[in-house]
Each structure stands twice: as C-alpha cells, then as structure tokens.
Design a protein around this ligand. Structure first.
Ligand code: GDP
Ligand code: MG
Length: 165
C-alpha cells in the first residue's frame, strides 16, 4: 500500500507551511493539475530513503458552526480513509482551543497512527505550551514540537513517521 501522510488540524495552525516544507518540488505539484483539488493538495516527499505522498487538507467553508463541524468531520474522515499516517497539527502560540478538541474527538476512532504536531514552537515559552496538548490524549506517546517556518523539529518528526511505513 502507498505511504500517504495526511495533515489535518484547524485553520491557521501552519498545515500548509508544514506541507511546503515536506514537499520539495512545489512547482511540479502546482503544475500537476490532476493531483490538485480545490481544498486538498497532494505532493510527494521523501525522508530517510522512503518515499511518500503528503495531503494538505483544510480548505474550509466559512459560515455557521454547523457547516464548520460538518466540514471537520468530512476532512477527518477523508484523511483517515486515505492516509497511512495522520499529522494532527496544533498551534503552540494560541494554545489548546475548542476546535482542536473537536478534531481530536473525530480522530479518536482512527485505526491509523496519529502524530500530534505542536507547531509554532518558535521559542522556549511556546515550546512549554506544547505540553497542554497532552490533555487531548491522542496520538503517539510524545508530541512533536515544530517550527514549520524554519523547519525546526521536522526531522525528528519524520524519523518517527517513516517507521510506520
Ligand atoms: P494553515 O491554515 O493551517 O494551512 O496555516 P498556514 O500554513 O497557512 O500558516 C498560517 C500562518 O502561520 C502563516 O502566516 C504562517 O507563516 C504562520 N506559521 C506557520 N508555521 C509557523 C511557525 O512555526 N511559527 C510561526 N511563528 N508562524 C508560523
Ligand atoms: Mg492551509
């Protein structure tokens, strides 16, 4: 089975920034229209000699709470179906939100490995914030702090992710 990593999480946590870090040939993907849908971007990546596809989820409809919840459910369901590994991204600068909890609830039943990625861990204070996400009780034993804008922490995350392939 193909190795597919899906990136999920609420808007603005840094999913697309992480996606761009993982996927090296950005241009090739944008040009490959067949692999690009309006709300899901697919790219190819490799780490430690292993090749995998990455899905950036999260084109969200804005509107009522109902639509939003439905959209979350849809995105998470698709990710669980398609992916071999799920990266659940949260934001250390903002901290734990109701919407993060909503995602966690939807992810809980997944029979796929889930990695909690505490992004925007830019400095020590932000890094310490990552601990509060343990309250969600989801994913592998440890949370992976990253700074997607600089690439910090992503290597350690990928070292563990590729062990699941
Ligand atoms: P998405 O909505 O989850 O796809 O989030 P984006 O990737 O579009 O990022 C939202 C904003 O957060 C952008 O302004 C990014 O530059 C910023 N961002 C992403 N990762 C980091 C990070 O590690 N640290 C900081 N300080 N900003 C980040
Ligand atoms: Mg995005």
């Amino acid at each position: 089975m193909a190795n597919i990593v899906a990136i999920v999480g609420r808007p603005n946590v840094g999913k697309s920034t992480l996606f761009n870090r993982l996927v090296e040939e950005r241009k090739a993907i944008e040009d490959n229209l067949s692999g690009v849908t309006r709300d899901r971007h697919y790219g190819h990546a490799q780490w430690g000699g292993k090749f995998f596809s990455v899905i950036d989820t999260g084109g969200y409809v804005t509107g009522s709470e109902d639509i939003f919840e439905k959209e979350i459910r849809k995105q998470v369901k698709l990710a669980i179906e398609e992916a071999s590994v799920i990266l659940f991204v949260v934001d250390c600068m903002v901290g734990l939100t109701d919407l993060d909890a909503e995602f966690a609830k939807e992810l809980r039943g997944a029979d796929k490995p889930i990695f909690m990625v505490a992004n925007k861990a830019d400095n020590l204070d932000d890094l310490l914030m990552a601990n509060e996400f343990y309250a969600l009780g989801i994913g592998e034993d440890i949370i992976f702090p990253t700074t997607s804008t600089s690439g910090s922490g992503i290597g350690d995350l990928l070292d563990e992710v590729i062990k699941k392939f």
